[in-house]
Design a protein around this ligand. Structure first.
Ligand code: GAR
Length: 224
């Protein structure tokens, strides 16, 4: 039993690769006071290292091969069934590299988070670090947002900024951004699971404050 007032919210995480963000979520949820618990990790790639991370943490895993389905909807129907079987309440996309249909996204409206390696709405899509460098951006960073049907779109919850340094290249900039992803993603999940995120149209409100906010701006950085 955890000492939290409410039952922990059941979380499913969708991955495609290394799963370093998944690891950050697992680590945060291992705190007995966490309002969230990860009950299922689904990968569309058989060799995703994130599956090993989940198994090491004793979390149920599923490999669901998108290429085995005739279309996106039937692939997603299988994912939905797996999530339902584990009574998942919140979904986290953590480096899940498949576009989701509006039907799937709407099913999880305001209950699905994504982490993206840019200061959204800047640099949606791929190669965000190189594009920021090519533009001569002074700041780069990462965002956790609630998911809407358009690519990398939805109410912004947390953002962390990273200065672009002289001589930066995409790889070392990405590595510094990833450190911040690992900081803001677990925090955003805990906030959502604790009921501290509300949505007003296209805007997320975190403890009543319009998002995106910096993790440093949180009045109560842990759980409520
Ligand atoms: C992360 O940088 C994440 O922000 C990015 O994929 C990487 C996954 O790394 N996601 C996207 O670009 C989604 N638009 P991880 O598997 O080590 O967590």
């Amino acid at each position: 039993m955890n000492g939290h007032r409410r039952p922990r919210r059941r979380v499913g995480v969708l991955i495609s690769g290394s799963g370093s963000n998944l690891q950050a979520l697992i680590d945060a949820c291992s705190d007995s006071e966490s309002p969230a618990e990860i009950v299922l990790v689904i990968s569309n790639q058989a060799d995703a290292f994130g599956l090993t991370r989940a198994q090491n943490a004793g979390i149920a895993t599923r490999f669901i091969d998108h290429s085995a389905y005739p279309d996106r909807t039937s692939f997603e129907t299988e994912i939905l069934a797996a999530l339902a079987e584990q009574q998942v309440e919140i979904v986290c996309l953590a480096g899940f590299m498949r576009i989701l249909t509006p039907g799937f996204v709407e099913h999880w409206e305001d209950r699905m988070l994504n982490v993206h390696p840019s200061l959204l709405p800047d640099y949606k899509g791929l190669h965000t670090h190189q594009r920021a460098l090519d533009d001569g951006a002074e700041w780069h960073g990462c965002t956790v947002h609630l998911v809407r049907p358009a690519l990398d779109d939805g109410p912004l919850v947390l953002q962390a900024r990273v200065p672009v340094l002289e001589g930066d290249h995409a790889d070392n900039l990405a590595a510094r951004v990833l450190v911040q992803e690992h900081r803001i993603y677990p925090l955003a999940l805990q906030l959502l699971a604790a009921g501290r995120v509300a949505v007003d149209g296209d805007t997320a409100l975190i403890d009543g404050v319009k998002g995106p906010i910096s993790p440093d701006a949180l009045r109560e950085p842990k759980y409520s």
